[in-house]
Ligand binder design. Structure first.
Ligand SMILES: Nc1ncnc2c1ncn2[C@@H]1O[C@H](COP(=O)(O)OP(=O)(O)O)[C@@H](O)[C@H]1O
Ligand SMILES: [Mg+2]
Length: 221
């Protein structure tokens, strides 16, 4: 059974204005959840809180294992969660090293690092670029590298913030295919923030809308 993410009655207030208000939700299936909403509606704030990169002003966010026991917020949890920022942070190093970095800091052995990195680079269609300096990738390729960097960890949860921003049609389609394949493997729960309605309809199993600080399912009022 999957790891569950429980979001319970969270509030986030910036300069007296609530961005998230008493928001509760349970992410409990290895599916693709898409969170829609216009710019400024709080998608990034929500994603970062879920990924434990920010804390809510009120309320709780926690992960439960298959025995419904709460997981501690320690390094083990960071093996299970990855967050991909809208603008992929790129090191001045090869594509291979950029993707390998997350495994190195998590203490993986060299042999396993090579095997995993080559597999994911093949998966996202960048294996022929593995020796290229990552700073010279096109924006679409950089996005795919960002996804490779996330999935190489084999996380239970992948958070993708605006995965199709600054990406052309062709690369958007490639990203769609990659996400649908990740979903088929049923290893990860994927939570995507986007304002791209068409992309959302293509990849989303569960479409949610962030509106007035609340998360609504698509057909709720
Ligand atoms: N660190 C911050 N300090 C002050 N206001 C912030 C901060 N982060 C986000 N906000 C505000 O919160 C609102 C939601 O932002 P954000 O979560 O980035 O929305 P989205 O990702 O949907 O565009 C915006 O009005 C934004 O200006
Ligand atoms: Mg955002």
């Amino acid at each position: 059974m999957a790891l569950e993410l429980i979001v319970s009655k969270i509030w986030k207030i910036y300069e007296g204005r609530p961005v998230l208000r008493d928001l509760s939700f349970v992410f409990d299936r290895k599916r693709i959840y898409v969170i829609m909403g216009p710019n400024g509606s709080g998608k990034t704030t929500f994603l970062k809180i879920c990924a434990l990169l920010e804390v809510p002003d009120k309320g709780k966010v926690f992960y439960l294992n298959s025995d419904k026991k709460r997981l501690p917020k320690d390094i083990n949890l960071f093996r299970k969660i990855t967050y991909v920022f809208p603008e992929v942070g790129i090191f001045n190093a090869s594509v291979f090293d950029n993707v390998a970095y997350g495994l190195k800091i998590r203490g993986f052995k060299k042999k396993e690092i090579v095997a995993r990195v080559e597999e994911v680079l093949d998966f996202v269609g960048l294996i022929h670029k593995k020796k290229q300096n990552a700073l010279t990738l096109s924006s679409g390729e950089a996005k795919r590298m960002g996804i490779a960097r996330a999935i190489v960890i084999e996380p239970e949860f992948i958070f993708l913030d605006e995965p199709t921003a600054f990406v052309d049609m062709k690369n958007t389609e490639i990203i769609e295919k990659i996400l649908l394949q990740i979903k088929e493997r049923e290893k990860s729960t994927i939570i995507i923030a986007t304002h791209d309605t068409y992309f959302a309809s293509k990849v989303g199993d569960i479409i949610l809308k962030l509106e007035n600080g609340k998360l609504l399912t698509e057909n709720s009022a």
